[in-house]
Ligand binder design. Structure first.
Ligand SMILES: NC(=O)C1=CN([C@@H]2O[C@H](COP(=O)(O)OP(=O)(O)OC[C@H]3O[C@@H](n4cnc5c(N)ncnc54)[C@H](OP(=O)(O)O)[C@@H]3O)[C@@H](O)[C@H]2O)[C@@H](O)CC1
Ligand SMILES: Nc1ncnc2c1ncn2[C@@H]1O[C@H](COP(=O)(O)OP(=O)(O)O)[C@@H](O)[C@H]1O
Ligand SMILES: [K+]
Length: 499
């Protein structure tokens, strides 16, 4: 799904208004109606009290439409217009007048019975139009909302959240009902406390505009994943499904390479060879009989040489950073032409030898976690700068950068893809090793590097989303990601069949 900036969203509005021959007020009515219908379905109990907090811009206008529709549908509605939220917009004013005509008064300070489970706070103070720091009065309203113990639903965006810079204070939403497009700011690490869940409401913006307008930001949702997924051909055999080579491991860290190798095989490739130091030989052969094993070095890898011809290579998991290993890795990378995923210690070795980055074959995939990312490209001031640096780094070195996080970012070909799957169950040792294995396995199956990275990250998160429902987040382990890969593939198959 495309992600547009606030100014592009305004353009989408204008195009829709002109092509569909409607007014801005009619578009607002449509947006408010979608919110109303969603609320009515989710909260059918007419004893539910909706307390709506409105600013005076168009986000507040949406809030007023929703308030009126709920009121006319016999819900109990309380409306507060928050001062210090700018000059009233035309459509806000029009809807404010309609509210009066419908006998719904605002700012009545009316005490209502506090029944925790029946009160919903609707946050419509600011939307995508926030253009300066929040002033005292709006801040007070935001704090009041946040200090309540009730369910908070934001219209379009959590009020106070900037779309293009760091936000200090914003509503902590349980649910954001956002219009037509998701927003980039929703996925940034610094905003993680402001949103629990996102629901995108279709408000019928112009389809041609959405299809044709370029953007550099995408959400890897179901549709994007399905487009990249490649089923196993009926006449496949192990030779056509690709051979993955996983290089890593050192004394005490053979598990990392075992996990990676298993994940590569379970992602669907035909053959897997693990290249490890000798101390891991029995471990890998026993724990993972499907793998072939090659060795170099005793307790750590000191040379990388083999006479097989893998279709893809994953390197770095549990590798260690002994001087001999560092030398072996650099020598190895110098001569590589095979599609490759570079992770963990191989990334650290590269970050001490930055000039080597330019020697990597084009579209090599790098999979740093936040600390490794910082070692590679330096630190950042905030998430927006981080995003720009990631994009510039991938472009400069002609690589694919998989910046792992709660919402992992894949930067390639000057585009940024934000993943939508995964959960905190993945915050467990070894889950990154599994990801590298999956992406290497997909590369071996002839996925393009961009598709392998984007789809691999999605698949990894999906396996975790399915898995934690059965294991809990606490008890979920990296091995469970591998165990649930099959369920993730089956889910994708089933979804595709439904369409
Ligand atoms: N396609 C769609 O998505 C559709 C979107 N729609 C809705 O429109 C929303 C965008 O509306 P918007 O442009 O009026 O801006 P909004 O978010 O209400 O806030 C800006 C207002 O607050 C003010 N203001 C700003 N910063 C401030 C501050 N720090 N402190 C105080 N005031 C501040 C600013 O006033 P000013 O700068 O003029 O003083 C302005 O009046 C969008 O999120 C969605 O809900 C639907 O109705 C239709 C379809
Ligand atoms: N809270 C979270 N939500 C979603 N994904 C997460 C979360 N925490 C971690 N992950 C994912 O788990 C993986 C962790 O990778 P990494 O830190 O390299 O682990 P390890 O080094 O232990 O293998 C990444 O793919 C990351 O995106
Ligand atoms: K809002």
């Amino acid at each position: 799904m495309k992600i547009f900036s606030a100014s592009k969203i305004r353009e989408a509005d204008e195009t829709t208004i002109s092509r569909q021959g409607i007014t801005t007020g009619e578009l607002m009515e449509r947006a408010g109606t979608e919110v109303f219908l969603w609320l009515k379905k989710r909260f059918p109990d007419k004893e539910t009290v909706f307390h709506v907090f409105c600013g005076k811009g168009n986000n507040g206008g949406d809030g007023l439409v929703v308030a009126r529709l709920l009121h006319n549908d016999n819900y109990k509605v309380v409306v507060d217009i928050v001062e210090g939220t700018g000059n009233p917009s035309e459509d806000f004013t029009a809807n404010f007048e309609k509210l009066e005509q419908n006998n719904l008064a605002c700012n009545t300070n009316e005490a209502y019975e506090y029944k925790k489970h029946k009160i919903i706070f609707l946050d419509a103070i600011f939307g995508i139009g926030l253009n300066r720091e929040v002033g005292a009065e709006a801040k007070e309203a935001i704090q009041r909302i946040n200090n309540s113990a009730v369910k908070i639903i934001s219209i379009d965006v959590p009020s106070g959240m900037f779309m293009d810079r760091k936000s200090d204070i914003a509503v902590h939403s349980d649910m954001v009902l956002t219009f037509q497009f998701t927003k980039l700011a929703f996925y940034l690490a610094g905003n993680c406390n402001f949103i629990k869940e996102i629901k995108i409401l279709d408000i019928g913006l112009d389809k041609d505009f959405i299809a044709n307008e370029p953007t550099q930001f995408f959400l890897t949702d179901r549709t994007e994943a399905h487009q990249r997924y490649r089923p196993v051909p009926a006449h496949a055999h192990k030779g056509t499904q690709g051979h993955a080579l996983i290089i890593g491991g050192s004394y005490g860290k053979i598990g990392a390479v075992t996990l990676s190798s298993k994940a590569a095989l379970k992602s669907g490739c035909g053959l897997v060879t693990a290249y490890i130091p000798k101390c891991g030989y029995t471990i890998v052969q026993t724990a993972f009989p499907e793998a072939m094993v090659l060795t170099g070095g005793e307790e750590h890898i000191n040379t990388i040489a083999f006479d097989i011809e893998p279709k893809a290579i994953g390197i770095g998991m549990g590798l260690g950073q002994q001087p001999e290993t560092q030398q072996a890795v650099l020598e190895f990378l110098k001569h590589q032409k095979t599609p490759m995923v570079i992770d963990a210690d191989a990334l650290n070795i590269l970050s001490y030898n930055n000039e080597w980055l330019n020697m990597l074959p084009e579209n090599t995939i790098l999979t740093p976690h936040p600390k490794e990312l910082e070692r590679l490209m330096g630190s950042w001031e905030d998430d927006f700068e981080k995003m720009e640096k990631i994009r510039a780094f991938a472009k400069e070195h002609k690589i694919i950068l998989v910046a792992k996080d709660a919402f992992t970012i894949v930067a390639c070909n000057d585009r940024v893809h934000i993943n939508s799957t995964g959960n905190a169950g993945l915050a467990t040792g070894g889950s990154g090793d599994v990801l590298t294995g999956i992406i290497t396995g997909l590369l071996a199956q002839s996925y393009s590097p961009a598709d392998a990275a984007i789809f691999g990250v999605y698949l990894h998160g999906l396996a975790a989303d399915i898995g934690v429902c059965e294991t809990s987040k606490q008890a979920f382990t990296a091995s469970d990601i591998i165990n649930y890969l099959g369920a993730a593939y089956l889910k994708i198959e089933a979804e595709k069949a439904q369409k």
